[in-house]
Design a protein around this ligand. Structure first.
Ligand SMILES: *Cc1c(COP(=O)(O)O)cnc(C)c1O
Length: 361
């Protein structure tokens, strides 16, 4: 049973998603954690027939977490089910979080706050240099305003979680009941959202009889990869996850993902994991976070022209560039089934109009 609740109302509804999966696959009871229903789930897994043929490698599939439903979708919604559930259980009346200017996380948090009957306050970091004049008004920022979030801006390079915590305490002293959500919703509570996605993928794989040999995805604040790796490990489902870094070198990203994977496994009361299970490719970052490389723009074009799918220039297109690059390097076997996790973000395309119009996309 999943709860739909706000500060004032609570309603129990039967879940359409089967609560018991196939007989021989262990099922984690995610409803033992406070949770607010925000997502369309399960999200579909679809074959990418034309892109597979074009790239000439393994069979490609896509897990449509751009279709989670809330505020045009994306991976943060799964994390927010548990984070907002926790906030409601603490009687909070406001969500406080932070992100880069064009943060998909802030947009989904602002919408989740509306669903829960809470306010949302966000700190936005001017992390990406040399952007067009309307970067702070369009795309995700426009939607943050539509959802009624209040915002304040910060220069690049500060410890943004520390900044947001300080603002949280100030708001508390003014009589609000704020709940702090770290950047990207990436702590052990948020990562439960992707442990539950791991369970969902395992169930879909088994129910459809399609075995995947690899999962490829974009990795940033780490909660998505950590949650997936922890979830697969906890149920003993053997699907290696390749994170394509969108912002930092491999060693640092591996360390960050491993740290959160361990905390998430503790929360799931699951056995520890070997560090060698955390896989990251840092070959597609380009000049840095939020700066599309030529391979990023090519990936936007590939997904659009072959599959009618919108990627975003900050995250999912770097992930797709990684997938295409790995295929071209001969990383996969031709007989492999490779699952790409679409983490959403296409709203940010509108904030990169200048880059896209001046490219071959
Ligand atoms: C946040 C985000 C990611 C990265 O997820 P993390 O959990 O932060 O690593 C990937 N894609 C999109 C579209 C995102 O918004």
């Amino acid at each position: 049973m999943l709860l739909w609740k706000t500060n004032n109302k609570q309603m129990e509804v039967p879940m359409s998603l089967a609560e018991t999966g196939p007989q021989d696959l262990p099922q984690i009871d995610f409803d033992q954690y406070a949770r607010l229903s925000l997502c369309h789930q399960p999200t579909p897994i679809e074959p990418m027939v034309r892109l597979s043929e074009h790239l000439g490698g393994p069979s490609l599939f896509i897990k449509r977490d751009d279709c989670t439903g809330l505020a045009s979708g994306g991976n943060k919604t799964r994390k927010l089910e548990f984070l907002v559930g926790d906030a409601l259980s603490q009687n909070a009346d406001m969500l406080v979080t932070q992100g880069a200017i064009q943060s998909n996380h802030v947009r989904q948090t602002a919408a989740a706050a509306c669903r829960a009957g809470m306010k949302c306050h966000a700190l936005l970091e001017r992390r990406v240099p040399d952007r067009a004049a309307d970067y702070e008004n369009t795309g995700n920022v426009l939607l943050d305003k539509v959802f009624g979030a209040t915002m304040e801006f910060r220069p690049a390079g500060l410890d943004m979680n520390a900044e947001a915590l300080a603002v949280t305490e100030k708001l508390r002293s003014e009589g609000h009941r704020p709940y702090f959500i770290p950047g990207g919703g990436s702590n052990a509570i948020g990562a439960l959202g992707y442990a539950s996605c791991a369970q969902e993928i395992a169930n879909q794989s088994q129910a459809s009889g399609t075995e995947f040999q690899w999962l490829v995805m974009a990795t940033g604040s780490t909660g998505t990869q950590a949650g997936l790796v922890a979830g697969f490990h906890a149920i003993g489902f053997d699907l290696p996850v390749m994170g394509v870094s969108v912002r930092q070198p491999r060693e640092r990203q591996v360390e960050a993902v491993l740290g959160l994977t361990k905390k998430t496994l503790e929360k799931l009361e699951a056995p520890a994991i070997a560090a060698s299970k955390i896989l990251v490719d840092d070959g597609y970052v380009g000049e840095g976070y939020g700066i599309p490389a030529p391979s990023t723009l090519e990936a936007i074009s590939l997904a659009a022209r072959y599959e009618g799918i919108l990627l975003d220039p900050v995250y999912s297109a770097k992930g797709m560039a990684g997938l295409a690059g790995l295929i071209r390097q001969g990383f996969f076997k031709p007989s492999d089934n490779v699952l790409f996790l679409h983490t959403g973000g296409s709203v940010a395309l509108f904030a990169y109009e200048d880059v896209i119009l001046n490219s071959d996309v």
